[in-house]
Design a protein around this ligand. Structure first.
Ligand code: PMP
Length: 407
């Protein structure tokens, strides 16, 4: 039994009262972006109504208060991830920017021709393309850790893959296309055993489970605010302080400097060295409100709630003739991807929209996953704190009705 009343949690999301095509919205696309609780919406509203000013510059009260709020948000993130220091928390646009920052800074500084980066076969394009760009520029190798038919990677295969040439490993904590949760702590140990650094893409994991970067001992961890009930356009790069200390800046501009002359620029202290230009102040404040929300509901309660939804959806979907679930990892988060014999995923999703059901039909920015399973796309239902069994019942009814029309 869960101690949290999730109907009360759902009630905090105004958008779920929206009517779509004459039906109350069933939102099953949290893997793409989550909806926002009142607490986050109000944090943004309050900031713009009462507190808006640029940070780190003004001597006047308003600017000092904006700075306090922005730096307070950094403290919230630090605690949320259990980082050692706020110096290790860099605000970025999202997971994509965090990965590109590390690629252009630590990795391009430390890898040379013949060195190797390892990723898994289940990565989002944002954790593939930056490494290909570097491969073409630096002559490094990009090696892929393959997955099995259940959509899992094997730790022994990773042990066999790493060598003294491996300088960097970048893996997703949870797959957006399949829901697979990777054994990242063990992967960190394997990367470190050959002296490689490791980055974890936490875009999908952070809304669903507790993340402790000190316990994981990862070198870098990336997250996106919009996937975890916060605003778009804000995310976090966590990095160990000693790495950030020696890394060159990713972008130059205001705020990231200590002093500038035309001959020489001295960089600001951490984490500001990596935050060029006016930051997304309201975004950071909104993200902190989202983290407060997650803490209040409790990530363990959320994980339990979503595991119940996943089990129920899997059981119900399995009874539909011709439906095949893609990705059956033993450890899975609240994502279920599937295909239906003789039906194109886009046609199915279009009909489901008529029933007010928002699911995604696509390659989910993970085309190699589709190639692995030899399919063009899947229909994906992904769950959040607000979903309930009724949502899944409506999903199943809608699939059955759409199937009648399409098959
Ligand atoms: N990695 C994973 C696993 C994702 O699901 C996503 C978003 N779909 C990203 C990275 C990229 O995140 P963003 O678009 O917020 O930068």
């Amino acid at each position: 039994e869960n101690s949290v009343d999730f109907s009360q949690v759902r009630a905090q999301f105004p958008i779920l009262k929206v009517v779509e095509n004459g039906q109350p919205l069933v939102y099953l696309d949290s893997g793409a972006t989550s909806q926002k609780p009142l607490r986050v919406i109000e944090a943004l509203d309050t900031y713009y109504r009462q507190e808006n000013a640029n940070v780190h510059r003004g001597v006047y009260g308003l600017s000092e208060r904006a700075t306090e709020k922005y730096e307070g948000a950094r403290e919230t993130v630090k605690q949320f991830l259990n980082a050692k220091s706020t110096k290790e928390i860099v605000f970025v646009r999202g997971t994509t920017e965090a990965i590109n920052l590390v690629a252009h800074s630590w990795v391009s500084e430390n890898l040379t021709e013949g060195d190797e980066v390892i990723v898994t076969e289940m990565e989002h394009h944002s954790n593939i393309v930056p490494w290909q760009l570097l491969r073409d520029k630096l002559g490094i190798r990009l090696t892929v850790l393959r997955m099995n038919q259940k959509g899992e990677v094997c730790l022994n295969a990773l042990k066999g893959l790493v060598s003294e040439k491996t300088k960097f490993v970048s893996v997703t904590h949870m797959s957006n296309a399949l829901g697979t949760i990777n054994p990242v702590k063990e992967m960190v140990e394997i990367a470190h055993s050959v002296g490689a650094k490791i980055m974890i893409d936490g875009a999908q994991a952070t809304p669903h489970m507790t993340v402790d970067v000190q316990d994981l001992d990862c070198d870098f961890y990336a997250l996106s605010g919009h996937k975890m009930y916060g605003p778009t356009g804000i995310g976090v790069l966590y990095a160990k302080e000693d790495l950030l200390e020696v890394m060159p800046p990713y972008q130059g501009g205001g705020d990231m400097i200590y002093s500038v002359t035309f001959d020489k620029t001295e960089y600001n202290v951490l984490p500001y060295k990596f935050e060029a230009g006016t930051p997304h102040i309201s975004g950071a404040i909104g993200l902190a409100a989202a983290m407060d929300f997650l803490n209040e509901v409790g990530l363990d309660n959320i994980a339990q709630h979503e595991a119940g939804l996943l089990a129920y959806a899997t059981e119900q979907l399995s009874q539909i003739e011709g439906l095949r679930i893609i990705g059956e990892a033993d450890k899975k988060g609240g994502v279920v991807s599937f295909v239906i014999e003789g039906v194109h995923p886009h046609d199915m999703a279009t009909l489901m929209d008529q029933d007010g059901i928002a699911v995604r039909a696509s390659h989910h920015c993970a085309m190699p996953v589709m190639q692995h399973f030899n399919i063009p796309a899947t229909i994906r239902a992904s769950f959040g704190v607000y979903n309930n069994f009724e949502d899944i019942d409506r999903l199943i009814t809608s699939i059955n009705e759409a199937k009648e029309m399409l098959v």
